[in-house]
Design a protein around this ligand. Sequence first.
Ligand code: AMP
Ligand code: MG
Length: 268
Amino acid sequence: MNRYRIAPGTSVDLRTIDPRDKSAFSDLSKSKALPVLETMRRELSALQRVLWADAQQSLLVVIQAMDTGGKDGTIRKVLSGVNPQGVDVVGFGVPSEEELRHDYLWRVHRHAPAHGRIGVFNRSHYEDVLVVAVNNLVPEEQWSKRYGHIRDFERLLVDEGTTIVKIMLHISKDEQRDRLQARLADPSKNYKFNPGDLKVREQWDAYMDAYGTAITETSTETSPWFVVPADRKWYLNLVVAVILIEALTGLGLEYPVNEQNLDGFIVT
Ligand code: AMP
Ligand code: MG
């Protein structure tokens, strides 16, 4: 999925990236996508079992998006089929009072995945340079130093055995309008509607700038960002599945060989 990977040093302007692009699966459509996703899920599940058995490395998947961008649905659809015992999904909402009394990485670091596990961050420490920067929740001189902290923090995790992929689900403002409207109409989605999301929507351009800066500043060789076109859910699920499969395949994992002498061992 190199086409969506942001090469280090690239200056990202989200306005130039098409949320409806489907060039990685141009021969597919919604109705044909499900069996393909099913195959990918099985592959992901097989890779996760080796990660778990090997227990030397971990995978951290950071997912960010504007509201209705599909974070929850992608996690549900792509990771269903993977052994739940080996996956930790953590959502990061408005920080608690206790969290606010610490540095912003304090609440995040403790959820970094242990060896053998896949950790998924539904929102993340990036909120501390997104919502925080757009609204100046702390002074600019404070949040502007955070890109450097984040690069160092992620390098620490990588150096200690974690592979990181960061995924921005990129929806258009028009698509968001339709999805917010649909949330109001659908009783099974109604609970997700938060009038506060409308204020965030009004700040759309400021968020696009903040995302562009954050991604530009923090996409590195070992901790890359992927900006994934997200107006079509079937497409984004496939792309995210491939990103995870490629990340795990890249670890070159194998089942560990049992060091004990098991020759002639008979179970009675
Ligand atoms: P949701 O993902 O719908 O549960 O919403 C979570 C909310 O928490 C979003 O509005 C985020 O912007 C907000 N949030 C997450 N992290 C932070 C943070 N560090 N500071 C302020 N707000 C945050
Ligand atoms: Mg929400």
